[in-house]
Design a binder for this molecule. Structure first.
Ligand code: PGA
Length: 250
């Protein structure tokens, strides 16, 4: 059983439209014809039209870092799923740890956003992961299971095929500390087993689980090369075309 890897760039709150366009123009030739893995870019909302336009017709998909769960309404500062789709976005991150930490996103909100994304045919990447204190207290497995159960409330096996999970240990994000391949594989197995418990063995076996947290060109092969690891969600090292292309070609 083989799951096609997804290599995703989370640009966070970086780049202007001109810088985003320059990235795509430089990046596309570097990955032209690369069909082994799916590739997706996640820029800030104001960059989305520029990046969608620049990547049109290529092997690079574009998505949002966040969407609101409501289809429309009085939610100042937010982006709706319909707005994302209208400009050509096809994917969205959900519940990134920075959303959870700085914007108070709970598992319940993550769950609502997941339902919204699936209803509208947008590929959701649900982000989960433990903080350092939880790992040190031996609670990693419990935290991951709770996050999976919370995110997947009301999700059925029939709905689950598009869902991607990103395992991102919070202590590894932007810190230069990566989980070892063994730690990542252990966590992925726990997550996959929980998905299988909730939605059946087939859904568990098919679900793509990405690793994120200080992925760089020089550790990408060791991580993504693991059978259990179905790609990467890359922050810092995705901001330059050559370094992100090197990760895509791990
Ligand atoms: P990082 O970020 O690669 O800079 O650690 C990963 C992420 O936040 O998704």
């Amino acid at each position: 059983m083989s799951r096609k890897a997804l290599i995703a760039a989370n640009w966070k709150m970086f780049k202007t439209p001109a810088e985003a366009k320059a990235f795509v123009d430089a990046f596309l030739p570097l990955v032209a014809g690369h069909a082994r893995d799916e590739i997706a870019l996640f820029p800030s909302p104001v960059l989305l039209p520029t990046v969608v336009e620049a990547a049109r017709g290529s092997n690079v998909a574009v998505g949002a870092q966040n969407i609101h769960f409501a289809e429309e309404g009085a939610y100042t500062g937010e982006t709706s799923i319909g707005q994302l789709k209208a400009i050509g976005g096809t994917h969205t991150l959900i519940g990134h740890s920075e959303r959870r930490q700085y914007f108070a996103e709970t598992d319940e909100i993550v769950n609502q956003k997941l339902h919204t994304a699936l209803k509208h045919g947008v590929v959701p990447i649900v982000c989960i992961g433990e903080v350092l204190a939880e790992r040190e207290a031996g609670k990693t497995a419990d935290v991951l299971k709770t996050q999976v159960i919370g995110a997947f409330a009301g999700i059925t096996a029939e709905m689950a095929a598009p869902i991607v999970i990103a395992y991102e240990p919070v202590w590894a994000i932007g810190t230069g500390k990566t989980a070892t391949p063994e730690m990542a594989v252990d966590a992925h197995r726990i997550i996959r087993a929980e998905v299988a418990k909730l939605l059946g063995a087939q859904v568990g076996a098919n679900m793509r689980i990405l690793y994120g947290g200080s992925v760089k060109a020089d550790n990408a092969t060791a991580l993504i090369g693991q059978e259990e690891i179905d790609g990467a969600l890359v922050g810092g090292a995705s901001l330059k075309p050559d370094s992100f292309a090197a990760i895509v070609k791990y």
